[in-house]
Design a protein around this ligand. Structure first.
Ligand SMILES: [Zn+2]
Ligand SMILES: [Zn+2]
Length: 112
């Protein structure tokens, strides 16, 4: 191979290499600037959903009537002071389900 021809081939290879390097540098920069979001593991997501559901259920139980589990608490039994009943249910309570005392009456409780 002639010297001039060899130089020509080497120059073309060098140009190709520079092009490749620029291309991979651009790709590398794109990766750095626009990182792939970390995927949330599906088991982790299921655990979070479960936690939210259990917290909601616990909150519902803590604020709703222990008899019907449906209406909000608004009546406190006398004399045991257990505040765990809605107005329709409290009339039927013969023994407090929390302490088993027989109620002598009840009070309306206001939250606000
Ligand atoms: Zn009730
Ligand atoms: Zn009670």
């Amino acid at each position: 191979m002639e010297m001039r021809e060899e130089i020509h081939v080497l120059k073309r290879e060098l140009a190709k290499a520079v092009e490749l390097a620029a291309d991979s540098e651009a790709k590398y920069k794109a990766c750095v600037l626009d990182p792939v979001p970390v995927p949330v593991h599906s088991a982790e997501l299921a655990q979070l959903r479960d936690d939210v559901a259990r917290t909601k259920a616990a909150l519902h139980d803590a604020t709703h009537c222990v008899v019907c589990m449906d209406r909000p608490r608004e009546r406190m039994l006398m004399p045991c002071s257990h505040f765990a009943f809605c107005t329709p249910c409290v009339a039927d309570v013969k023994h407090c389900p929390l302490c088993n005392q027989a109620p002598t009456g009840h009070l309306r409780v206001y939250n606000s």
